[in-house]
Design a protein around this ligand. Structure first.
Ligand code: GLC
Ligand code: CA
Length: 578
């Protein structure tokens, strides 16, 4: 090789190295320019263990129950399971109040069961992401027991205390407290402790380096067992200004502005990344992502070495009791997409254990349209850029609980708010209407396995009632029906897995002002897919400007999908552009 050719190769190589990774509007995505990661290409299936499958007849779902359904989970085609908390807990908030981070909740089983579950998932090529609940612990955690025992206890600074001789602390809003007061007076040491959630969920003091070390060691304990990721519960609230300045009156209506992304939050995340996350092949996702796409971006910009992906609420928050505007929906998803088009990574979801059911909230759960709309929403979630999260039961098109008596509800938030509303003399029938649509319990009724008693969830009495529609909506019936929501879910999951363009491809919104349909293209390496979704219960025309003669229909949620630009009620179709 002559010296000149060698120099040219060096220059070309160096230029190649400094060319920005990622892609821009002008340069459509190309496979070679992608920073490929397993967690970007994964589809996450969320399991709420308490309601998934009961193995011992006590009415509560458990780890052995999940193990007995591993083949079903595998059959979905998903890659990752995210388990809601399974650690020891007195269950004030169904496991989001942890009393021992290194043990398994008695209701759910033993550490041996956990090891068997992890192995069972890994044997099937499925990864496991665990909830990490460290904005707060349970008040029954040993740390808190020590902390409250005396002002001089070495654990005192594990939590936030305000000594009563200083007077009442500046008001802090609590999401779950009966009085919405986040300071709880404890006469034992004549002081108040802080709890953003319920009284039984005292907030940990992240300013204390000992707390951080304890948490990082505990994360290593689970990572060493071989788990594949952490979902950081409510972590956006973990850092506080511990001088506790007064907030303006009425701040609670926008509490996230005052609570999220405060103080040294990014510093703590960088430390967590350095001490734990960077040392394992694990994915990390933050629940809540601040107040703007920019906040979210700062959590997951790879150059900052914090977390992998953001899980932002603006999209899921759009649906209200009276419905929602598709124009708003499109605007929000397109805006979030554009902030993450170059850098960072998003989660794509419309439901979880804190929301009402996907089809009841974003689709149409009437018998006529339930199936079509559930499939249409699955098509949306599986064709956006970002990692899709699907909540257990939504793959069947399970619907809201239909509870109309307060005694049917179990959720601490729903029940405490009921007491609060009562105490202020509110119109309780209005509140009952509200929770019928909004309560988190809507998504927590037992998984509907079959048409036998209690939907095959338990042989005992379920901890929360089974939805009455289980005789018609259940996995066993859907298995047998090739056109069921379940079988469409499997098809659209496989379609995403087979089309890398749906993971990384450039997204472009079409027909922006159409209030009835959502159309977009995804493009990668010359391959271009067109997705068209009708969000209404009537025929709707799209005006994408694309010559439909030059397209090929690939998949749709109707038995005979549309091959043109008019869609039937809740129709979803994907075309390839020739
Ligand atoms: C998160 C969880 C929710 C829980 C809360 C307190 O928002 O998703 O279920 O109640 O944090 O841990
Ligand atoms: Ca059980």
């Amino acid at each position: 090789m002559t010296k000149r050719i060698f120099q040219a190769i060096v220059i070309i190589t160096v230029l190649g190295m400094i060319t920005p990774r990622g892609y821009s509007q002008e340069h459509p995505a190309s496979k070679d320019s992608l920073n490929r990661k397993w967690w970007k290409e994964a589809i996450v299936y969320q399991i709420y263990p308490r309601s998934f499958k009961d193995n011992n007849g006590d009415g509560i779902g458990d780890l052995k129950g999940i193990i007995s359904k591993l083949d079903y989970i595998k059959s979905l085609g998903i890659d990752v399971v995210w388990l809601n908390p399974i650690y020891s807990s007195p269950n004030d908030d169904n496991g989001y109040d942890v009393s021992d981070y290194r043990n398994i909740m008695k209701d759910f089983g033993t550490m041996d069961d956990f090891d068997a579950l992890l192995k069972g998932l890994h044997d099937r090529g499925i990864k496991l992401v665990m909830d990490l609940v460290v904005n707060h612990s349970s008040d029954e955690h040993e740390w808190f027991k020590q902390s409250r025992s005396s002002r001089t206890n070495p654990y005192r600074d594990y939590y936030h205390w305000w000594n009563a001789e200083q007077g009442k602390p500046p008001y802090r809003y609590s999401l779950f407290d009966v009085n919405h007061d986040a300071w709880r007076y404890d006469s034992l040491t004549n002081a108040y402790y802080l709890h953003y959630f319920s009284r039984k969920q005292p907030d940990l003091n992240w300013e204390n380096p000992k707390v951080r070390t304890e948490v990082f060691d505990m994360m290593k304990f689970w990572a060493d067992k071989g788990i594949d990721g952490f979902r950081l519960d409510a972590f956006q609230f973990a850092a506080k200004d511990t001088t506790f300045p007064g907030f303006p009156p009425g701040f609670e209506k926008h509490f996230s502005k005052y609570y999220a992304m405060q103080g040294n939050l990014h510093g703590y995340l960088q430390e967590m990344n350095k001490e734990v996350l960077s040392k394992y092949n694990v994915m990390s996702v933050a629940e809540g992502a601040g107040n703007t796409p920019e906040d979210a971006h700062n959590l997951v910009d790879a150059d900052r070495h914090e977390l992998n992906m953001a899980y932002a609420f603006e999209g899921v928050d759009i649906a209200k009791r009276g419905g929602y505007s598709l124009l708003h929906f499109k605007e929000v998803f397109s805006r979030w997409h554009s902030t993450f088009a170059e850098k960072g990574w998003l989660s794509i979801f419309l439901a979880n254990h804190d929301q009402a059911r996907l089809v009841s909230r974003f689709g149409n759960d009437s018998p006529q349209f339930r199936e079509a709309s559930a499939k249409m929403l699955a098509t949306f979630l599986m064709t956006m850029r970002g990692t899709p999260y699907y909540y257990n039961g939504d793959e069947l098109g399970m619907t809201n609980a239909g509870f109309d008596k307060i005694g049917d509800f179990r959720d601490v938030q729903t029940l405490n708010e009921y007491k609060h509303q009562q105490s202020i003399g509110a119109d309780m029938s209005k509140y009952m209407h509200q929770i019928a649509f909004e309560s988190r319990d809507n998504a927590r009724t037992p998984f509907q396995w079959d048409g036998t008693a209690n939907a095959g969830f338990t042989t005992g009495t379920p901890w929360i009632q089974v939805n009455k529609n289980y005789t018609s909506i259940n996995a066993s019936a859907e298995e047998k029906d090739p056109n069921s929501v379940l079988n469409y879910f499997r098809k659209i999951v496989k379609f995403r897995k087979d089309n890398l363009v749906l993971v990384y491809g450039k997204y472009k919104l079409l027909d922006k002002d159409n209030p009835d349909t959502y159309s977009y293209t995804r493009e990668l390496d010359g391959k271009k897919l067109l997705v068209m979704l009708n969000f209404t219960n009537k025929n709707a025309a799209t005006h994408t400007g694309i010559d439909m003669g030059k397209t090929k229909m690939l998949i749709g949620n109707y038995e005979h999908p549309s091959d043109n630009d008019t869609l039937r009620a809740y129709e979803a179709v994907i075309f390839e552009l020739k």
